[in-house]
Design a protein around this ligand. Sequence first.
Ligand code: LLP
Length: 414
Amino acid sequence: MHFFTRKGKTLYAEGVSIEKIAKEAGTPVYIYSNKTLKRHYHAFDAAFKTAAHIICYSIKANSNIAVLKTFADEGGGFDIVSAGELFRALKAGADPRKIVFSGVGKRTDELEYALRKNILMFNAESPGELRALNAAAKRLKKRAGFAIRVNPDVDPKTHPYISTGLKKNKFGIPFETAIEEYVYARKNLRNLDPIGIDCHIGSQITEMPPFADALKKTKELLKKLRAEGLAIKYLDMGGGLGITYDTEAPPQPSKYGEAIIKETTGLDVTLIFEPGRAMVGNAGILVTKVIYTKDTPSKKFIIVDAAMNDLARPSLYGAYHAIKVVKETGRPEITADVVGPICESGDFLAKDRLLPEVKSGELLAVMSAGAYGFSMSSNYNARPRAAEVMADGNKYKIIRKRETLEDLIRGEKA
Ligand code: LLP
């Protein structure tokens, strides 16, 4: 559900015409809907209203501070994976006691920064990290609450690059050794407090069974740890709930919530969730302008001003994003590749897509681009990164200026 709908022939972001935004902010431009962001946060939050819980939005999906502030203002917490994401969260007004720190390769300086800010929990992914965290906490005379991210070896049935809970993946500590690590930590790593169990199995998961399998295994571990006398208070289920890009029908947050609550009632834990995509994916679009159209004997191409540096998902994962004309023209449909200006055949936003015929200067909206869109963008081919805009009712605001040519060489020296 989102608020990018047509009024007459023209696509709107909430109450604002996208043509109007594109005129002021230029293209390519990411446009987010504030109402959609809030709606998604509250859908998640309401799904768990009968249980103690914290919704820790996973910043990697979209880290613009206006997006983060929207969630922080609604009472949300955050899942971070770097010092940079912690910095962004704090700038946006996040409560450090609602921040969890994930990731396989946290550096010492990052651990120390997060310790100094008194975040809630470190989701440790290796024995080495636990020892580094303890040493850092000792140096700073702090205590660190931690969870071990366990690898439950379940198949989330999603793209291989975004599956994380299989034995062969680099993530987490295997179930079998996790107990030993908890027990070792309690005995020997004296500045650490074992307070949680963490499990994240992958992303864009569109069915319930993989989550249920992971939860079942996590509950067994919880029981065993409590039997060892460990005071586990938090069960972090990670993120991963999928969205509809095309015809996928993932469980709604309410159904996801129901299934999880059924399995966790009476466990006496606070549930933590790290949704990224489900919160922001359908709350954002990428608007791009047609530069040229080109017909060859074998194909038609629509060459647009957004490229794989702006939205990497189609090139990187073969991901599907719906594309709409911003203004309906009534022209017949054609089958074409929508491609960017970058010098690689891998630079495309859509292949063999059925779209109304378009002309130079017209606008296209790449849908469901709010998650892993701008946050994965780069300056490849020395392309300044796109502007970002937040629509809110009948108003909108530029929340990130388009980069300039000068921005491209900032910090460089010849
Ligand atoms: N927690 C952890 C530890 C994660 O690694 C991730 C995502 C999340 C939470 C949030 O997952 P979500 O709810 O967004 O599925 N760039 C890829 C997705 C990579 C996901 C990485 N980890 C894409 O564009 O599909």
